[in-house]
Design a protein around this ligand. Structure first.
Ligand SMILES: Cc1cc2nc3c(=O)[nH]c(=O)nc-3n(C[C@H](O)[C@H](O)[C@H](O)COP(=O)(O)OP(=O)(O)OC[C@H]3O[C@@H](n4cnc5c(N)ncnc54)[C@H](O)[C@@H]3O)c2cc1C
Length: 294
């Protein structure tokens, strides 16, 4: 079986029209801040609460200082204005089962009803690194692959047989012929009423969907999947607090760490407070003094 490679790519993020916001108020941004990004929007939203456009306190006069203060006092709701969207590939269905528990994130995931499964798999590293465990895993995946293929084929034939008109004389299933176009009993040579070519085509698509939705019951947790995930800064912070932790599953922790690295690069003022630490087994965790646990 082919093993999928993890990819965590930011594909969309908040763009803030600071020039317009500034024109509406007496607010000015410090020169070190990117005027167009979500961190500037967070500061604007925070200042809008109190109309505090002037900056008498040097500690909060910079964008980074202002956001650090928001985190210190727990004014997390303003972080909800900035969002980042990721495209995740090379992740397992067991990972997405955990990810979708985070109710403030938004998901669009590859459909196993429309797209055939039994492609690549995500093999846990602890299994992949051990020849015996890897062989057991591989054999199981190959068995599943075979069963999935057989189920798809047999289900398609079963559904097709149920839809094919039968000859009222001999009871044989009719066949689709081109000249004259329509359903014909091959034994009695009589034309039979039945669905049109367009309806047959539509039915084939619907049959494939029905076959896939039933056959996917045997697909494993290790099956690779892909999805677009959007979250606001607060929701991403919560995901990182919960899942970049020693107690979380290794795969979701790995993804949470990759997401944190991207977010720290993109919006350092909001995600720069996390400290990354390596565990004894070489994996990583991230911790922040501002973790919002509940
Ligand atoms: C180490 C670990 C082990 C886990 N093991 C299991 C397990 O064995 N079984 C299992 O079922 N789950 C398990 N989970 C999942 C866990 O229970 C949560 O579903 C998941 O972490 C999502 O976090 P959350 O519920 O805090 O909320 P999110 O959906 O991420 O929401 C963030 C916050 O918003 C608030 N919020 C959201 N929705 C509501 C609401 N409806 N009402 C009130 N407040 C709300 C809460 O403050 C919440 O903390 C595990 C999670 C971890 C990290």
């Amino acid at each position: 079986m082919d093993t999928a490679t993890l990819s965590v790519r930011p594909i969309a993020w908040t763009h803030f029209d600071a020039m317009y916001a500034q024109a509406l108020t007496s607010w000015t941004l410090d020169k070190d801040t990117d005027w167009t990004d979500g961190a500037a929007l967070v500061e604007f939203a925070g200042r809008a609460c109190y109309q505090s456009w002037t900056k008498p306190n040097p500690a909060t006069a910079t964008n980074a200082g202002y956001i650090a203060h928001l985190l210190d006092v727990g004014h997390y709701s303003v972080l909800e204005h900035g969002t980042v969207t990721f495209y995740l590939t090379g992740v397992s269905r067991s990972f997405t089962h955990e990810l979708v528990r985070h109710r403030h994130l938004s998901f669009s995931q590859l459909s196993q009803r429309y797209v055939a499964g039994a492609g690549q798999v995500v093999e846990p590293a602890i299994i992949a690194e051990d020849p015996y465990l890897h062989a057991v895993f591989n054999e199981a995946m190959q068995g599943i692959n075979r069963a999935y293929g057989e189920l798809l084929h047999a289900l398609d034939r079963k559904l097709e047989a149920a839809e094919t008109p039968r000859c009222p004389e001999c009871g044989d299933p009719a066949q689709w012929v081109q000249d004259p176009t329509g359903w014909e009993c091959q034994r009695c040579r009589r034309m039979l009423p039945g669905p049109s070519k367009w309806e047959v085509q539509r039915s084939r698509t619907s049959r494939r969907k029905q076959a896939r939705q039933a056959a996917r019951a045997v697909l494993p947790n290790a099956a690779e999947t892909r999805l677009v995930v959007t979250g606001n800064y607060r929701a991403w912070r919560h995901l990182i607090d919960m899942r970049a932790s020693e107690h979380a599953d290794v795969e979701i922790r790995q993804v949470a760490m990759a997401i944190l690295r991207e977010l720290s690069r993109m919006v350092p003022a909001v995600f720069g407070d996390y400290v990354i630490r390596e565990l004894g087994d070489g994996t990583e965790v991230a911790e922040s003094p501002h973790a919002e646990r509940s």
